[in-house]
Design a protein around this ligand. Structure first.
Ligand SMILES: Cc1cc2nc3c(=O)[nH]c(=O)nc-3n(C[C@H](O)[C@H](O)[C@H](O)COP(=O)(O)OP(=O)(O)OC[C@H]3O[C@@H](n4cnc5c(N)ncnc54)[C@H](O)[C@@H]3O)c2cc1C
Length: 400
């Protein structure tokens, strides 16, 4: 075991960061042993909430306030939590600057970057000024729900503004849940639901078959699907204009925002010209800098010319497992028990369809014959597994 105390710094306390922090704490010597390695995690937010909870706030099974879990619970586990904004990363001098109640310049021996993605709705002309809702901003979802409930007739437009965006099935899940809300509210017959996407099929990352399965689910609920519709502008008379020249009216606009890499990453030198996300080794998640790893939504891992690993929590989590094991192995290298963990490109998700049912999507992106995906038909069992998924992760990361 290394006799020198190591400092491991994790940026971002989301899916990837929380997994890494917990595994490192579990697998590195604890305070009862002679050397306690320091594990620090930082986030601008002081709470964690899973993205999928946005959909439960939308359909009224959750409230925003009940869903936020304080990140300072990590301290009970021997993980140092710093609440603040990461303002600079210098991978050459191995320092990170964090602005919180005071400004700290931290040195690290190992750095795990798990800062996710940021939204860029300002890129869609007129969206913010003309009352569009961002489905991915949890703070906006309670108001969005009220709007849906108060709408008596008209058109709801769900608009995927660009790709990549996180959790590719989420806009379709949201549309199916909105269908459910309207049916229960007695307004479905007088309200249309339309989904617009710039892509030619519903889920390019999942391929043609799964995309068709999704469209069949939408058809069953009379939700209109419009491929090859990239939004250009939102006007102040509730008109959407698309790049293909079409114009349509709407009464309520729900957007899946453009995603971009966090500003601090753009300024850190971790992104080369022509790249939009951090490039890492597809198996080890190493960046080109010594002892610097990047995981989750902040990365782009291409599996072929057209497909990259989707931005989803399960992949961030799987990558965090691989990275934390490498760090543990490196620190304990004189025990000679390196396990050479590799990210295997496998993941899954539960696609909620309303009426307390969910489909199950399984994916293998490193499959030798090309990415393989499958959608199992919706069932109550998969819905229950989705609920358990959130509970078990929260327990693992913040409670037990
Ligand atoms: C509606 C919706 C439904 C979803 N459903 C699923 C699902 O069913 N399954 C699934 O696997 N995934 C789902 N996702 C996607 C999932 O939430 C993300 O892919 C996942 O959170 C990515 O993990 P991450 O660790 O890379 O980043 P995040 O979890 O986004 O964490 C990044 C953290 O970094 C912090 N941060 C960023 N910049 C700074 C800075 N400069 N200073 C300090 N802190 C900073 C952020 O506050 C954030 O907490 C869903 C997402 C949404 C929006």
């Amino acid at each position: 075991m290394s006799s020198k105390r190591k400092r491991i710094l994790i940026l971002g306390a989301g899916f990837g960061g929380l997994t890494a922090a917990n595994l490192l704490r579990k697998n590195l010597p604890s305070s009862s042993e002679p050397v306690e390695h320091q594990i620090t995690i930082t986030d601008r937010k002081d709470y964690f909430m899973m993205g999928l909870v946005n959909l439960w706030i939308l359909n009224g099974t959750r409230t925003l306030d009940d869903s936020k879990i304080a990140l300072n619970r990590l301290e009970n586990k021997g993980i140092r939590f710093l609440n603040g904004e990461v303002t600079a990363i210098d991978a050459v001098s191995k320092t990170v600057t964090i602005r919180g109640s005071s400004t700290l310049r931290l040195e690290y021996d190992y750095l795990v970057i798990a800062l996710g993605s940021e939204f860029a709705l300002e890129q869609v002309k007129g969206f913010l000024e003309n009352g569009g809702f961002n489905l991915y901003d949890a703070e906006q979802v309670p108001k969005l729900r009220e709007k849906i409930l108060s709408l008596k007739r008209g058109r709801i437009a769900v608009c995927i503004t660009s790709i990549p965006y996180k959790c590719p099935p989420a806009p379709y899940e949201a549309s199916l849940l909105i269908n459910d809300i309207l049916v229960k509210n007695g307004t479905r017959d007088s309200i249309d639901i339309d989904i617009y996407t710039p892509t030619p099929i519903a889920l390019p990352v999942a391929g043609a078959k799964v995309s068709q399965d999704v469209i069949n689910l939408l058809n069953d609920s009379h939700i209109n699907f419009h491929p090859l519709h990239k939004i250009k502008t939102v006007s102040n008379v509730k008109e959407l204009e698309f790049e293909n020249g079409k114009r349509v009216n709407h009464d309520l606009l729900i957007g899946i925002p453009p995603h971009k890499v966090p500003e601090v990453i753009r300024n850190s030198g971790l992104i080369k010209q022509g790249q939009n996300w951090i490039n890492v080794d597809k198996f080890s998640l190493k960046t080109e800098y010594e002892n610097v790893f990047a995981i989750g939504d902040v990365t782009e891992i291409k599996v072929n010319e057209n497909t990259a690993i989707p931005k989803a929590g399960v992949f961030a989590e799987a990558q965090a497992k691989v990275v934390s094991q490498q760090i543990v192995d490196d620190i304990e290298n004189d025990r000679g028990k390196r396990s050479s963990p590799r990210f295997d490109g496998k993941g899954f998700c539960f696609m909620e369809v309303g009426n307390k049912k969910a489909g199950y999507v399984a994916a293998d992106f490193y499959n030798e014959q090309g990415p393989a995906t499958l959608l199992e038909p919706p069932s109550e069992e998969s819905y229950k597994k989705k609920i358990d998924f959130e509970r078990s992760k929260l327990d693992e990361w913040l409670f037990l």
